[in-house]
Design a protein around this ligand. Sequence first.
Ligand code: GMT
Length: 365
Amino acid sequence: MRIGIACFPTYGGSGIIATELAHLLSEKHELHLVSYDTPVRLEDKVNFSFHKVELLSYPLFERVPCCYSLALISKLSEVIKNHNLDIVHAHYAVPNATSAYLAKKICNDSVKVVTTLHGTDSYLVGSHPSYKEVTQFSMQNSDALTTVSEYLKERTITEFNLTKKIRVIPNFVDPQKFKRLNKDGNERIVCHSSNFRPIKRIPDIIKAFKEILQEVECKLFLIGDGPEKPKAQKIARNLGISDNIKFFGNVKNVQQIIGKCDLFLLPSDDESFGLAALEAMSCEVPIIATNVGGLKELISHGVDGYLIEVGNVKMLAQHAIKILKNPVLQREFGRNAKRKVLEKYIPDRILPQYEDLYDATLREN
Ligand code: GMT
């Protein structure tokens, strides 16, 4: 097959999944990746072409972000025509699915569009009144539509009144890359990784960590960057625990840090799947997360981690202390997590689901 993938290049699950999918698909298919910058997880040597969407800088466009959607339509049309693509796979509805649909029209319907919804493109950005109409249209008029969890499927159908069939294809992780690593010392490490947006509830992590520190000597590793970082640093200073917290900023090879951690926290307000948690599980790290969205499908309470109510900092701290004080429990949760990853979330299980979908979509009229 000849496949084009459109995605965001930034730190965020949708771009990561799209890039990893491109690496895997390119082993068997002709692959073209399209974005406005080099995706963060793009490997140095790849077996496919990367097509950069160039933007025209023009004073009139200063406050009109539509120019990216248009440039993406043009670039996708060019790639579809020049490489005779069979499939364009848009990751994230806004604007990628819309641009893919219009590129298909420019190319006289010579290609099929598959859209994967990752979460915020459906329930946050896409459902904003400024984008809802066009997002709904682009979802309904994709040739195939997938979500990363049952939760996101149900929520999308309800919020967008969709009649389109949706297939659930979960996130995946490379279990050889994300694995347990030997620590440099005996230090206990609690970890979190995200793009530091309010939805991730970073202040809950810092406040819980203050309580954890009263019982267990440990460090908090915070990986990533985003709008909540200055606030997080200020809370840590005010609580007098800055010396125990390390802010890493954006890191390309997160597995080298997560693989040495003892516990991973993801107390988000909402999470369509929770790729960061999956990556930690593959490193045999127990998870404490909120019982929301796709996290409920990923984590089994009392088996590979704990699920808490959103905002329950006390419970977050209590469960963390329980795990950190009990290395046997920690190892058991970690092993259970890895077992689940190997059973359900490795490329060998997920890749065929995308390939089957492409095949079925090409067979349809
Ligand atoms: O939440 C993020 O940090 C980024 C966001 C994105 O759109 O890139 O991630 C979403 O997609 C991931 C990959 O499918 C999911 O694992 C995340 O759960 C989802 N984030 C949210 O729903 C908040």
